[in-house]
Design a binder for this molecule. Structure first.
Ligand code: ZN
Length: 152
């Protein structure tokens, strides 16, 4: 099995069996994200325990890339501190070439721990789909900002 096939399997698995599906009854932060180019939608709820993301739930619809990325993102950030989440977000964007990444970041390092998210790196070859892969992260950033504004 080639790496491309393996990545495709991982993406399809998250698309068909999305993790952390649903909504929270009393979320500490919430955001809705849309990618009009593709018709992708994500609705994200977060619950905090101090500066740690205690719970993540999301709903959405759209293409397999956006929904698989959302499922992977939810799994990756659940239980993490905000500092860890920011580091993950930077690593993901560096891997996807969304930002001219920090040269000190090597997404292939074991410590970088992107896990299943690494399956999305093939999407770089399809620039129009990068927005699909990034939608959950953009929505997460919005939710974190809305929380910062509320608790300040
Ligand atoms: Zn899409």
């Amino acid at each position: 099995m080639s790496l491309d096939d393996l990545y495709r399997e991982v993406i399809l698995d998250h698309y068909r069996n999305p993790r952390r599906r649903g909504a929270l009854e009393h979320p500490d932060a919430h955001a809705d994200g849309q990618n009009p180019l593709c018709g992708d939608e994500i609705s994200l709820d977060l619950a905090f325990d101090g500066d740690r993301i205690a719970d993540v739930r999301l709903q959405g619809r759209g293409c397999s890339i956006s929904q698989a990325s959302a499922s992977m993102m939810a799994e990756a950030v659940a239980g993490r501190t905000l500092a860890e989440v920011e580091a993950l977000m930077r690593r993901f964007k560096a891997m996807m070439d969304i930002e001219s990444g920090d040269p000190g970041i090597d997404a292939s390092r074991p410590g970088a721990a992107l896990g299943d998210l690494e399956a999305l790196q093939g999407v770089r070859r399809f620039p129009v789909r990068i927005k699909c892969a990034d939608l959950p992260w953009a929505t997460l950033a919005q939710a974190l900002e809305s929380r910062g504004a509320g608790s300040a």
